[in-house]
Design a protein around this ligand. Structure first.
Ligand code: MN
Length: 354
């Protein structure tokens, strides 16, 4: 063993120069580094080229975008759907007043029936300078002229609440253009939203969603789930506007669940605290009226709503349902609120055949 090792060493020392042996052990690191250094030039040049390409791509994107935006005047293509506002208060200057003959005109589910809307407004002598309009949701879809209804609403500063069709359309618009899914403004409540989100996609909703321009999205984004109208309710109560209904057991408007507010039809027994989209429970408005009578007068609230065309015009002491099925050959109805010369509120219903 020892002899062989010795002879190996002897062989090395014998073949190579002693100095060379010492450089060889130290050398590898140095040589490798040096080799790499020599070869590095070409990949470095390649990386520089990639950077140039990226910068050029960026600049040309901006130039093309700028050309479309500024030179051709193309509107910015798509906008993010604004967060749904839970509760909004109607501005005071839109409240009915006698001194300038100002009326608040609440219109039920229009569903793109623009001609019927014009007919109704003509019938009630709508004056755009003084009267204020409020659309109760489902102003679009199903009918023929959804965009005209929206353009009219924008041009006439019409107040609105979100209906289940507006909600569905806004969700589809976002999905269509790969935008973030529409949200409800904070605080986010932990509820099973899927219970009340329309799960099937209607072709007419999709067709409207495809046609919407940024101004329509911006407008629909201003429609809250609940619009607090102030002291314009029946029997000296305050009033709120919603598309479908309110849950009697949730005292603060801010705590109402938006998806329920624009879809509910009934409340399930025995507790009547579980909302349903169907008519399988007690009508929510019937329960609402019973519960208002148990409250002190100043706490009672009137609700103006649409959504329920099956029952037609439904007037109770503290509620008014005014979806009269215009899009399915029924009528379009308005609740006209005015003040007489004694300052007393007047509520009048007016309808036209569709
Ligand atoms: Mn509806």
């Amino acid at each position: 063993m020892t002899t062989s090792m010795h002879s190996d060493a002897e062989h090395l020392v014998g073949v190579r120069q002693p100095d060379y042996e010492s450089t060889r052990t130290a050398a590898p690191e140095y040589y490798y580094y040096d080799d790499n250094g020599l070869d590095e030039d070409s990949p470095k040049k390649g990386r520089h080229n990639v950077f140039y390409y990226i910068i050029i791509a960026f600049i040309s994107t901006f130039l093309i975008y700028g050309y479309f935006q500024l030179v051709l005047g193309v509107e910015s293509i798509y906008i993010r759907v604004p967060d749904l506002v839970r509760v909004q208060t109607l501005q005071r200057h839109h409240s009915p007043a006698y001194h300038d003959a100002r009326r608040l005109i609440v219109v039920g589910d229009i569903h793109g029936k623009f001609k019927s809307l014009k007919k109704l407004l003509a019938k009630i002598d709508y004056a755009s300078e003084t009267d204020h309009l409020l659309f109760l949701g489902d102003m679009v879809s199903k009918g023929p002229n959804s965009l005209e209804v929206l353009d009219f609403a924008i041009d006439h500063n019409v107040s609105c609440v979100r209906g289940n069709h507006e909600d569905s359309i806004l969700n589809q618009y976002a999905a269509l253009h790969r935008l973030p899914a529409p949200r409800i403004e904070p605080p986010f409540v932990d509820v099973d939203n899927n219970l009340f989100r329309t799960t099937f996609v209607r072709a007419s909703d999709k067709a409207v969603a495809r046609k919407l321009k940024p101004k329509h999205i911006a407008y629909l984004g201003t429609c809250p789930a609940i619009l607090d109208l102030g002291a314009v309710g029946f029997h000296n109560t305050s009033a709120v506007a919603v598309h479908a209904g309110l849950q009697w057991n949730i005292p603060h408007l801010e705590d109402q669940i938006p998806e329920v507010v624009f879809t509910m039809r009934s409340l399930l027994p025995p507790a009547l605290t579980t909302p349903s989209e169907e008519t399988d429970g007690e009508p929510w408005s019937k329960v609402w009226n019973q519960k208002q009578k148990e409250k002190p007068r100043h706490q009672r609230v009137s609700v103006f709503y649409g959504h329920n065309a099956r029952d037609g015009l439904t007037k109770h002491r503290y509620t008014a349902g005014i979806d009269t099925g215009c899009v399915s050959g029924g009528k379009l109805t308005a609740l006209v609120i005015s003040r007489d010369d004694d300052g007393v509120l007047q509520h009048n219903f007016s309808s036209v055949k569709c």
